[in-house]
Design a protein around this ligand. Structure first.
Ligand SMILES: *Cc1c(COP(=O)(O)O)cnc(C)c1O
Length: 381
């Protein structure tokens, strides 16, 4: 049996919606299916404003423009994240200021943020790694005391709740990804959530190439003009149709994925107890969306052995992120690997386990049996 790292899941409802979108005669952004997705997201999770965009990356970029990121600004973010998180601010001239992660969550270590704040700091961009929320309350508290903007990269946490509140509802800005590797796929797609009422009109302008076309659509003007900077941050209605089908099956998808998390918990528990492998440890504050699963091995060598041995059974385990501060482009900002020793150490030891919705339909026993054998051969118990 072959168990890839990721596989796209189809609910069966995509076909009809996509055909309908194709034949509707209206295929660009913010038409019927986009509106239905936005309504669904708002109703289910109570987001203030939702903008459907071409990718999680585009959502971060649009958010950075909306936050007013300019050359000279500093933005605090974890080094342990995807390149898109940092690129979104680097593209507009900001300097990334990398923060350590908490080894328990692999999310930004909130106790180390305040020491990084300078008069140039404008924004904090935490992420929710593997769908587990960062301590967003602590981040907001720091931000409010220092008058900073918070943009939460929720690319992996659509549907997660923290202390009862859905991911994306707490910060000023939040971003989701609907890339095919995420829980709900439009192929490529994303959303920017804006919870600041005064930014709403400008967000529409930025999304519509810097024009006030929204005022024309609302009947408030009869000709639109160039009023701001902006880009084409719009998701095609055809892709929104696919996304709608996925989001309408959220409970089914989350339920299946929950079985994967349970299987990995059972598998790694003995190794976690003995202190040789660290795993995700959600607390009573966390309600997970079942996005992914990670394991931090005691040594790089044991991680490598685990990946190599699993591959012999055609089970594809991958490394996690390589830290950004010590990546080739991170070094150009003056960083050295030893500047963030915790992140650096974890980067060399973390593995991401195969995790996709259809795994629940027949792969779980195979993965459990084979990985058990591999772990026993490495650790001897
Ligand atoms: C997937 C991901 C992104 C990028 O999303 P795309 O839709 O692929 O552009 C950004 N940040 C994080 C943390 C991600 O996991």
């Amino acid at each position: 049996m072959k168990v890839p790292f990721n596989k796209v899941y189809q609910t069966g409802a995509e076909d009809a919606y996509v055909l309908e979108a194709i034949h509707s005669g209206l295929q660009c952004g913010n038409h019927q299916f986009c509106e239905r997705v936005i309504d669904l997201m708002k109703q289910r999770y109570g987001f203030q404003q939702v903008y459907l965009v071409p990718s999680g990356t585009a959502a971060l970029e649009m958010g950075a423009v909306l936050a007013g990121i300019e050359p000279g600004d500093e933005v605090i973010l974890p080094s342990y994240t995807f390149s898109s998180t940092v690129n979104s601010v680097v593209l507009f001239g900001a300097k990334p200021v990398f923060c350590e992660v908490d080894p328990k969550t692999l999310n930004i270590d909130v106790t180390k943020i305040e020491a990084l704040i300078t008069p140039k700091t404008k924004m904090i961009v935490p992420i929710d790694y593997a769908g587990l929320s960062c301590d967003i309350d602590a981040v907001m508290d720091i931000a409010n005391r220092h008058h900073l903007i918070v943009m939460q990269d929720c690319a992996q946490s659509y549907g997660t709740r923290y202390k009862g509140r859905p991911a994306g509802t707490v910060p000023h800005l939040a971003t989701f990804s609907f890339h095919e590797t995420k829980n709900f796929s439009a192929g490529e797609g994303g959303a920017l959530i804006c919870n600041v009422p005064e930014w709403e009109l400008r967000a529409h302008f930025l999304q519509e190439k810097g024009t006030d076309r929204r005022l024309v659509l609302n009947g408030m003007k009869n000709k639109y003009s160039w009023v701001d900077k902006g880009s084409s941050y719009l998701l095609s209605d055809v892709l929104a149709a696919m996304l709608l089908a996925q989001l309408e099956h959220e409970d089914e998808i989350r339920g299946k994925r929950g079985q994967i998390t349970a299987m990995y918990d059972r598998l790694f528990e003995p190794y976690f107890e003995k202190g040789v492998i660290d795993i995700m440890r959600p607390t009573k504050d966390d309600e997970l969306n079942n996005h992914a699963y990670w394991a931090v091995f005691d040594t790089t060598e044991n991680r490598q052995r685990f990946m190599d041995e699993c591959r012999k059974s055609e089970i594809y385990v991958y490394i996690g992120y390589m830290p950004l501060h010590s990546a080739p482009y991170g070094l150009k900002f003056g960083y050295k690997p030893e500047d963030l020793p915790i992140t650096e150490s974890i980067g060399w030891r973390v593995a991401r386990l195969p995790y996709y919705t259809a795994m629940a339909d027949g792969c779980l026993d195979y993965v459990y049996e084979n990985m058990s054998k591999v772990l026993k051969s490495i650790y001897g118990f």
